[in-house]
Design a protein around this ligand. Sequence first.
Ligand code: G3P
Length: 229
Amino acid sequence: MLYIIDSANLEEIRSLVEYYPIDGVTTNPTIISKEHNPDFLALIRAIRSIIGEERMLHVQTTATRAEEIIKEAYALKEIVGGNFYLKVPISEEGLKATRKLKGMGINVTVTAIFTQQQALIAAKAGAAFVAPYVNRLDNIVSDGVHVVTEIVELFKLHNITSCRVLAASFKSIEQVHKTSMIGCHAVTLNPDMFQKLVYHPLTLTAIEDFNKDWAAVYGDRKILDMAEN
Ligand code: G3P
């Protein structure tokens, strides 16, 4: 499963890329606006420079007409470079743009997915990823993981291999875990979720015990010191 950072905060991205096996970054206008950076293009260029050319960078269009979406896609692909995906919210104009961009060889992630049929038709239109919003579905007493499960199942049933499911909008590790259990291809997470993924109090206790037991016999001597002497 791919782990993607859902943020445009440069410090957080830099730190996460250093510590975690990160496959890319997703942004949207809300995420971008949180950085209060008047130079949007400089911000996405900086993200690309931190994550390198190979990791995916998904940048969302702000255009609403297919022709404008296509022009933005070309401009952004040129500016962002590397492994680039244009995010397009699902709509008729978005689907039209997706079909044309697929033909032009530009990867599209169709986002703001709330139903299984939105995902299926986006995949048929040529999306490389569809992004269902798990927590926002849970918030309306729907079932986000169930929707993701059925999208993954639909893609298997209809032999759709050109489109993957990039689940988004997570607030709990339980949501992430259940999403990974059903074979979802990718998740995009807020930076603070990564720490929560690896934290466990019993792990900290185990490490304290290891250190204490070692020190009882070897004091503050390190393995490296022993190996070098
Ligand atoms: O990638 C989409 C995501 O940013 C939406 O998440 O937390 O605003 O529901 P959220």
